[in-house]
Design a protein around this ligand. Sequence first.
Ligand SMILES: *[C@@H]1O[C@H](CO)[C@@H](O)[C@H](O)[C@H]1NC(C)=O
Ligand SMILES: *[C@@H]1O[C@H](CO)[C@@H](O)[C@H](O)[C@H]1NC(C)=O
Ligand SMILES: *[C@@H]1O[C@H](CO)[C@@H](O)[C@H](O)[C@H]1NC(C)=O
Ligand SMILES: *[C@@H]1O[C@H](CO)[C@@H](O)[C@H](O)[C@H]1NC(C)=O
Ligand SMILES: *[C@@H]1O[C@H](CO)[C@@H](O)[C@H](O)[C@H]1NC(C)=O
Length: 508
Amino acid sequence: MASHSLITWVPLFCFLSFLLSMSFAARDTPNSLYKAVNLGGWIVTEGWIKPSLFDGIPNKDLLDGTQIQLKSVTQGKYLAAESGGGTTIVADRTNPSGWESFSLWRLNQTSFQMRVFNGQFIGVDKQGQGVDLVAVSNTSGRWETFEIVRKSDDLNRIRLKAPNGFFVQVKTEVLVTADFAGNSSWGDNDPSVFVMRIARTLQGEFQITNGYGQEKATQVLREHWKSFIVEDDFKFVSQNGLNAVRIPVGWWIASDPTPPWPFVGGSLETLDNAFSWAEKYNLKVIVDLHAAPGSQNGWEHSGSRDGFQEWGKTDENIQQTVNVIDFLTARYAKSPSLIAVELINEPLSPGVSLDRLTKYYKAGYDVVRKHSSTAYVIMSNRLGPANPMELFPLASGRTRTAIDVHYYNLFSSMFDNMTVQDNINFINTNRSSQLNAITTSNGPETFVGEWVAEWQVQGAAKEDYQRFAKAQLEVYGRASFGWAYWGLKNVNNHWSLEWMIKNGYITL
Ligand SMILES: *[C@@H]1O[C@H](CO)[C@@H](O)[C@H](O)[C@H]1NC(C)=O
Ligand SMILES: *[C@@H]1O[C@H](CO)[C@@H](O)[C@H](O)[C@H]1NC(C)=O
Ligand SMILES: *[C@@H]1O[C@H](CO)[C@@H](O)[C@H](O)[C@H]1NC(C)=O
Ligand SMILES: *[C@@H]1O[C@H](CO)[C@@H](O)[C@H](O)[C@H]1NC(C)=O
Ligand SMILES: *[C@@H]1O[C@H](CO)[C@@H](O)[C@H](O)[C@H]1NC(C)=O
């Protein structure tokens, strides 16, 4: 083009940009809908996404947070923390449930502490004769440490060696003591033998790091971080109709390279790489604090040790979390790829109260704004019983905010017997109206930060999946900020957007 035409074009270009910026300012919306994919199972471990990561851990079925239930072979009854904890351990329950489940803290592959329903640890009573089993201590130490001795040819037959050197035995349904001396023939007549049932396992960051121990965990995770997602994946994402990635991170990243025990260093460098690849391929990044200190939901993907939800209970804990957001925003605010900071993922009601969450969101918003006037601040709706518009008063008065909702046709018995068409109707009717209700002209932007083309339908055809994905893309495409598929890679094919795209299930 000849140089003179530049003179004509420059003012027109300026005028157009002016118009565009006017319309952005007026609507305060992003200049395009973000179509993103979650890089789940990368910087925050989730075992189900890549189970082989856990293969090398000795006694890998007894990790932190594993819930065990112990049935006395002589009584045929389960041990229970009476009243859920705070008093004695009994052996009189036929149907194991919460009070009969003990959550492990792993000291090493054979020594454990056991946390009961109300949060106390099982220990040997130091007040009484010194041999009764109780669950009274809120903290754990030597007197709450037990060795789990497994029968070599039947790993679910166990004995518990107490800190006084004796084995735990069941004398009667209401008397469980640590005073059995000596060996066992492992028979059904031995009161120190239990059948162990594993009621729940967790495979998150705490489990993998403490399970391997620092040195081995560092090797395993560094190898994972540099191979699970690589530069080529960012290229793939950018070439397949997506323009952003949502990256889950854990709170310990802020003290890299020397995070607190048992976490290991190196995740920050991984996130740095993600940003440089995103910049290279012109992708936006949503940094998502997926694991907050103390755990905001008790699930493995929030870095929980034992399934207890302890985030937000103290002001100190909230301040610690704000500091993580401060660190992350300061580090990436200058990157043209940083589009949003998500303050916390999936806080769970009622354990996380609206009051505590609001306190955190206000402080978190301010600390993002300290470093960036343009980054969106994403506030995740609470899961569990909560009003989907409860964050509106908070978010509406602040600029560039978005509410994150997660829409899965899973994790509820509501979906148990739905057909393919029921599932699609549910998207078109129920999800559509849910999203519509929170997408308002003067409220925060809306973001469907997690969804997947997977359901409880068994044996569905490829065409069924295609229709299901298409319905979701259409509905979630109406979210004003955008959406993010969960996730890019997964051993379960439908959870892998890469697999879904390469195999023609999803086209963007
Ligand atoms: C496991 O920890 C216990 C308690 O700290 C200790 O006595 C034991 O020697 C340890 N065992 C192994 C195999 O490291
Ligand atoms: C344990 O914690 C509970 C709840 O915070 C508290 O009421 C109780 O007094 C504590 N018990 C001990 C022995 O410290
Ligand atoms: C218990 O078994 C161990 C290992 O088989 C053996 O060394 C030990 O002598 C036995 N102790 C008693 C008291 O029978
Ligand atoms: C699903 O169907 C099964 C078998 O008919 C039935 O037992 C169950 O209650 C149903 N679940 C729901 C949530 O409707
Ligand atoms: C979905 O929406 C329809 C129409 O509003 C309603 O009748 C139905 O109960 C909803 N289904 C579920 C499972 O919530």
